[in-house]
Design a binder for this molecule. Structure first.
Ligand code: SF4
Length: 339
């Protein structure tokens, strides 16, 4: 297949055909650079050589009644993790300071649990007001299931973006979670969009899903048009139900990132959790299809330090995009940067 020609059609608004998507996923090693070259052409058209850096804070850890099988914080996980209830404003502001110092464009506040209580929404809302006043950084929250009223309160407090991942296909969802449904997730995203929040919604690949599930979730995300798509690769933490599941391997992770880029040309695509363990020494290559990374670790696992990430970006000849221009725009994704 001519991946440069596919890239041109994708930039013109065409969706990859099923045959093309399968070919990307099954591409032999000798064609991987061509697959990536086409994906980079699309990425470059909308994002140039820029890389956005995001930093997470786990503002409430463990103690979750849900049973998401990939998650070390779930009710069924025996992983040895720190468990604590919602942290105070000082710690939330310290995290924001660290994120600003690391050159982060966005500070992502995450709490474990099925969904936030009214008190938690109030607590986080007042913290967000302070963070915006002190640092002016874009704020994303990931709080579990939300209704329209709570999403509206977050928007009013100054939250820019709501993260809620689809995680996998609708078909495979019951295999990874029994305490809430794929539709619950879709409803939460609709509540966020209805409240005027930008959306961040992505996947976790490597949970045992099949090729149809991969294609299905790529299609679903294309229809959802989130501003941001985190592509996580399962980090099978000991003590979780998915412990011991075979790894995807770096080459397949790169194909999956490319596929997501061809399906979602204008969304920010972020290499999320599992980058370090699944891509290993090849993780810099992920920045050809993706234009965004997390630094300084994930919710319960460590990750690449901010200074190492900056060096990786510079070594490629790419540049960190600290203050992008699109944060205030809701419902619109990247416009071409390159004529
Ligand atoms: S992903 Fe969220 S809802 Fe699911 S078990 Fe983990 S903390 Fe709970």
């Amino acid at each position: 297949m001519d991946y440069q020609e596919l890239a041109k059609r994708v930039i013109a608004g065409e969706k990859p055909s099923r045959r093309e998507a399968v070919e990307i996923l099954d591409s032999p090693a000798e064609y991987l650079l061509e697959v990536m070259g086409g994906a980079f052409r699309v990425r470059y058209h909308y994002f140039g050589r820029s890389v956005q850096i995001h930093q997470l804070i786990n503002a409430k850890s463990g103690l979750c009644p849900e049973d998401c099988s990939y998650c070390s914080q779930s009710a069924v996980s025996e992983a040895e993790i720190e468990k604590y209830s919602l942290i105070d404003h000082d710690r939330l502001l310290e995290g924001a300071k660290r994120a600003a110092e690391a050159g982060s464009r966005r500070y992502c506040i995450v709490i474990s649990g099925r969904g936030p209580t009214d008190m938690e929404i109030e607590h986080l809302g007042s913290a967000v007001r302070k963070i915006k006043a002190d640092y002016g950084m874009s704020i994303c929250v990931s709080l579990g299931l939300l209704n329209g009223e709570k999403a509206g309160q977050l928007k009013e407090a100054g939250v820019n973006r709501l993260n809620h991942n689809l995680n996998t296909s609708e078909r495979f969802y019951p295999e990874i979670c029994s305490t809430h449904t794929y539709q619950d997730r879709v409803d939460t995203l609709a509540a966020g969009r209805g409240a005027g929040l930008e959306l961040c919604s992505g996947v976790i690949f490597g949970q045992g899903e099949n090729r149809e599930d991969v294609l299905s979730v790529c299609e679903a995300l294309r229809e959802l048009e989130p501003e941001s798509i985190p592509v996580n690769f399962l980090h099978p933490v000991p003590g979780t139900p998915l412990e011991g599941i075979p790894e995807l391997g770096p080459a397949q992770c790169l194909r999956l990132l490319c596929l997501m880029r061809y399906f979602n040309p204008r969304s920010e695509i972020r290499v999320g959790g599992g980058r370090e363990v699944q891509l290993r020494e090849h993780q810099a290559l992920a920045l050809y299809p993706a234009n965004s990374i997390f630094v300084s670790g994930y919710l319960t696992t460590p990750g690449q330090a901010a200074d190492e990430a900056h060096r990786m970006i510079q070594d490629l000849g790419f540049e960190v995009d600290v203050a992008g221009e699109s944060d205030a725009r809701v419902g619109s994704r990247a416009e071409p940067r390159i004529a």
